[in-house]
Design a protein. Structure first.
Length: 210
């Protein structure tokens, strides 16, 4: 395996949280004067960057932090019951012995991630969990992880499902693997030319091992 440390996003990458996230969004949106999202819109929204999404839904930027904080708190009540992405557990168990460490870098809460991993019996696979409440703050954390473990940039891999994850990795100079099963579409990720573009967890080891 060419990468010593593999860092995963959480929502949409490891955990299948999209349905629950949509449900929570639609429950709290009216409280902030934000319109709800119709299910048939989701395919269109998957092509948008985070800023385009906020503009499209006409979410006032001043309300974004409190909206996210409330949604994250609400997810705590259900996160342990949510499923893993199909095939993810098998991939993680197979890949873990081939690298030095696994980590998670997410904009979800550490407590939510811990509950989810414990409920699926895979908490022990991960050496660290880092969280940032800022939608675009992950690049700083990636740089900090590199420094903490004295890694060369090409020894790290960040794995995520969103364009903002890809942009954070590029800003930090860290290779990125885009997964096509999460929020942003395969087409949207491909346009930004990630180092790897992975269509299913089963393909991960073959593609990341070269």
């Amino acid at each position: 395996m060419r990468y010593r440390t593999i860092i995963f996003d959480f929502d949409g990458t490891i955990a299948d949280t999209m349905e629950e996230g949509l449900s929570i969004f639609n429950k709290i949106a009216p409280d902030y004067g934000i319109r709800q999202i119709a299910r048939e819109e989701m395919m269109e929204l998957r092509h948008l960057t985070i800023n385009q999404l906020i503009d499209h839904l006409k979410i006032p930027k001043t309300k974004v932090p409190i909206f996210i904080a409330r949604g994250t708190l609400m997810m705590k009540g259900s996160v342990a019951r949510l499923p893993l992405i199909a095939g993810m557990q098998e991939m993680l168990l197979s890949l873990r012995p081939k690298v030095d460490r696994f980590g998670i870098l997410t904009s979800n809460a550490v407590a939510n991630v811990e509950l989810f991993l414990d409920s699926h019996g895979i908490r022990g696979l991960f050496d660290f969990i880092s969280s940032t409440s800022k939608l675009t703050g992950k690049s700083r954390y990636l740089k900090s992880i590199r420094k903490q473990y004295s890694l060369n940039l090409n020894e790290m891999l960040y794995v995520g499902d969103e364009l903002r994850d890809l942009k954070a990795a590029k800003k930090a100079g860290v290779p990125f693997a885009g997964v096509a099963w999460g929020f942003n579409s395969r087409e949207a990720l491909a346009k930004e030319e990630p180092e790897l573009l992975i269509d299913s967890p089963g393909d991960f080891i073959r593609l990341a091992g070269h």
